[in-house]
Design a protein around this ligand. Sequence first.
Ligand code: ATP
Ligand code: MG
Length: 177
Amino acid sequence: ERINLSEIVLGVIDQYKLSDTHHVLLVDEAHNSEVEADKDKIIQVLTNLLSNAIKFSPNSQEIKVLLHNEPDRIVVRIQDQGLGIPKDQIGQLFQKFRRVDNSASKKIGGTGLGLAICKEIIEKQKGSIGIESAEGEGTTVWFSLPIHRSASSRHEEEWSRWGADKEAKPNVMIVED
Ligand code: ATP
Ligand code: MG
């Protein structure tokens, strides 16, 4: 289904504002946030990532959610100033049941499934996901999804492809408006 990611992010953040001690700031710089994706699954990803940012920021540090476009895709970053992740463990956290192995992180509950589920969902929707973090400073989890190509831009592209082909296939009849 075709969804507007900016709207969905805003909706999920609003839910958190009602219930939580953490301030979540949205910085939406995307000019095109139409994606072709399963709305409920994307809500699940955002909820997982925001709940991680919140629970691993034990001093109620502010959380930022940033949206911007890159060619053909939209990138969402969930940025916290919480515990952070030791460098040698970042790469493994998308595996099921994997959790940071230190006392501060272990004190905070969880089964270690959230990130594995997020990765599975995002990759199924043809996107990618990653983590950047510095221990003691904070963590940014980002994901990107391909932008929905509107009917008009698809149309344009089709035309230019036909154009390039015309010499080679002079008998092709173009029936278009
Ligand atoms: P679940 O999501 O299943 O309730 P969980 O939150 O422990 O449990 P994941 O969401 O998969 O599991 O995260 C895996 C581990 O990665 C966490 O236990 C934590 O150690 C680390 N982690 C994830 N997000 C952050 C974050 N924003 N800051 C610091 N550590 C994080
Ligand atoms: Mg989690």
